[in-house]
Design a protein around this ligand. Structure first.
Ligand SMILES: O=C(O)CCC(=O)C(=O)O
Length: 286
């Protein structure tokens, strides 16, 4: 295992701000290989166009869409961009270029994602920010496609991946350059000290998620800062940090890979949406 990855100043900055931007953490070539693999997986797993409309439809189709999402914690699934469909619910472009993201177990099911996600450097970073037994819970490959890439509204990751005590940390990697033009992350410095406003959990029938409002006040809309990031940058996000990303109206893609790790020392709640009964959680060791 490598020695120290973070300086004392970087550790202090993460504690103070709730995020840390680490440029050049991953060589660009490794990011490009992951990017290529994500596009291959998108082609392999994208549903045929006639089934793609399921994600925008109502009734029984919505139920199928919920199931597709709720069982994706131990699969590789494709989620479409809303703006990829025309008014009749048909895809405007090629299916694999119409995706919002892949989720949520590429790090356990695909060897290229597995190798990217499990390195001595990442293990060291997790240790140095205080995770005693990190477990890789969820991975997402976010395409933020040119022109149709949707915004991600302000949220905290703890809302969705609730542990007691709170422990989730986001490891977000720029696999393209991310700028304010193509929809980079924005974060609220110090916002991880605010109370988390909501908890998303399974309904009693475990057929859909519902949002439990803990505090109706919206997250502050002032004070967010853009986290522009060159390819290869790692951004650490504290689980209680309010963050968002803008839409991509530019002609440049903004691919990113994000891994969410929880601490095995904390209790993961069984009404969180993401359940992995058939897939054992593993840490950062290869
Ligand atoms: O990459 C994005 O646009 C959003 C990512 C995000 O919110 C997350 O990883 O928690």
């Amino acid at each position: 295992m490598s020695d120290s990855c973070l300086s004392a100043a970087q550790r202090a900055a993460f504690e103070r701000e709730g995020f840390l931007v680490l440029p050049e953490f991953v060589p660009a070539q490794r990011c490009l290989a992951l990017r290529e693999r994500a596009l291959e997986l998108a082609r392999m797993h994208v549903p045929p166009p006639e089934q793609a409309t399921v994600f925008t439809a109502d009734g029984a189709a919505r139920h199928a869409a919920e199931r597709y999402f709720l069982t994706s914690g131990e699969a590789i699934r494709c989620f479409f961009e809303k703006d990829a469909f025309d008014a009749d619910g048909r895809l405007r472009g090629e299916p694999h270029l119409s995706l919002n993201k892949l989720g949520h177990a590429m790090h356990d099911l695909d060897p290229v994602f597995d190798a990217f996600s499990r390195t001595a450097e990442l293990a060291a970073v997790a240790r140095e920010i205080g995770m005693s037994a990190p477990l890789l819970l969820q991975s997402m490959y976010i395409f933020k496609q040119p022109r149709i890439g949707g915004e991600v509204v302000c949220h905290t990751d703890h809302t969705y991946l609730w542990t007691e005590p709170p422990s989730v940390v986001g490891f977000w990697f720029a696999t393209d350059d991310a700028t304010t033009e193509n929809g980079c992350l924005w974060a609220l410095p110090g916002g991880h000290r605010l109370p988390v406003r909501a908890r998303s959990k399974l309904n009693a029938a475990r057929t859909a998620t519902e949002l439990e409002i803990l505090d109706p006040a919206p997250y502050p809309s002032e004070g967010l800062v853009p986290l522009e990031a060159r390819r290869g940058t790692l951004v650490l996000l504290h689980g209680a940090l309010p963050h968002l990303s803008g839409p991509n109206r530019s002609d440049k893609p903004r691919h990113a890979y994000t891994l969410h790790a929880i601490d095995g020392a904390a209790r993961y709640l069984d009404d969180n949406w993401l359940q992995r009964p058939a897939l054992k959680l593993r840490g950062f060791s290869a």
